[in-house]
Design a protein around this ligand. Structure first.
Ligand SMILES: NC(=O)c1ccc[n+]([C@@H]2O[C@H](COP(=O)([O-])OP(=O)(O)OC[C@H]3O[C@@H](n4cnc5c(N)ncnc54)[C@H](OP(=O)(O)O)[C@@H]3O)[C@@H](O)[C@H]2O)c1
Length: 329
């Protein structure tokens, strides 16, 4: 089968389209013919090989050589202990930890997968798992979002932000989005009530306060974020600068003690809310924002584009056998 392989850490130039062996599912795994896969920040970090990702995937060179976690496809074969799925089922899910999605076939444990609704394209399905789970778990579980609140999303135009605004609107909140100037029109068209260009304005210093802040960048001091929270406000980070995240982790409990403001971090529960996302999608309440789709051979270019932060929503790769981007063959 064809796959995008990397044998050393580096820039997207180290990614190569190669012919490799088709994987064989273990007893508790299924073999999936991949129809679409999306790019996540974690793919980018693994490719570059920062210290944390080297500890996960090999200090000197990558042990898992095929990136790609958020996949959608059709089950081709099942291991003997698999109970939930059968060949022919259309599924999607986040395989991070195992990866292997930038390929024509991948194996996955059945608990990493959900059935894809027939009305959802494979590209839409591949866009959902990691970004939508972070948005749901950030807003609902950690953020305890309530009707009538003022919400700010920092890093609003990427994967998490474009899901988060749609979910937040279901709660009847007023949403402000922060991103670069080229993305503000898209944010307005998606229903953000206010937009802020972070290159022109610092939202932590403009005197506005928010009941809930969802942050995908975490690039400022925790004291700046605290200042932008209303008296009982909650700040939720899903990721960003490691130094800033440690600061939030260490000082968050102390800030909660001396004020009524809360600082919370999301630890992703992979695939936990896929069924909920299916419900929202089928009810027409959420639609993934897709940048692309690119071909498998274009993964290096798509990764470069992702790394430059130029994308809007989710960068999606579609496989050659997903002819015409149809749901079903
Ligand atoms: N908590 C967990 O367990 C867990 C698990 C997996 C991933 N994550 C994290 O989840 C996040 C993924 O978010 P995502 O998929 O939405 O990323 P994304 O698609 O890369 O979107 C990030 C957005 O932020 C914008 N941005 C860049 N610099 C900014 C700044 N200074 N201020 C405001 N916006 C800025 C980018 O646009 P421009 O570049 O045009 O500015 C982009 O639109 C990452 O932080 C990742 O580490 C967390």
């Amino acid at each position: 089968m064809k796959a995008i392989v990397f044998t050393k850490y580096g820039t997207p130039d180290v990614l190569e389209l190669r012919e490799v062996d088709k994987p064989i599912p273990k007893d508790d795994e299924v073999l999936i013919k991949v129809y679409a896969v999306s790019i996540n920040d974690w793919d980018w970090a693994l490719l570059q090989g920062d210290l944390i990702n080297r500890l996960l995937n090999g200090l000197l060179k990558p042990k898992k050589k095929i990136l790609g976690s958020d996949i959608a496809g059709r089950i081709e074969a099942v291991g003997k202990n698999v109970r939930q799925f059968q060949p022919g089922d259309e599924v999607f899910g986040d395989l991070s930890g195992d990866w292997g999605g930038f390929a024509e076939y991948v194996c996955a444990r059945e608990n990493a997968l959900a059935l894809k609704p027939a009305s959802m394209t494979f590209e839409e399905a591949a866009a959902i798992p990691q970004a939508a789970m972070l948005a749901v778990q950030g807003l609902r579980d950690k953020g305890q979002i309530q009707p009538g609140q003022k919400l700010l999303i920092n890093g609003a135009g990427g994967g998490v932000g474009t899901f988060a605004v749609q979910i937040a609107k279901l709660y009847g909140v007023e949403v402000t989005g922060v991103d670069s100037s080229g993305k503000l029109d898209m944010l307005r068209s998606m229903g953000f009530d206010q937009v802020i260009d972070y290159t022109q304005e610092d939202f932590t210093k403009n005197g506005q306060c928010y009941d809930l802040i969802l942050d995908v960048k975490t690039n400022r001091s925790i004291f700046d974020y605290t200042r932008a929270l209303s008296p009982n406000g909650i700040y939720v980070t899903v990721g960003g600068s490691m130094v800033r995240l440690f600061q939030a982790l260490l000082l968050g409990p102390w800030i909660s003690m001396i004020s009524k403001k809360n600082i919370r971090l999301v630890a992703l529960k992979q695939n936990k809310d896929l069924a909920y996302m299916n419900e929202l999608f089928e009810a027409g309440k959420v639609k993934p924002v897709i940048d692309g789709p690119y071909k498998l051979s274009e993964v290096p270019e798509a990764m470069r584009y992702f790394g430059e932060g130029k994308h809007k929503g989710k960068v999606v790769i579609t496989l050659e056998h997903n002819k015409g981007h149809l749901n079903s063959e």
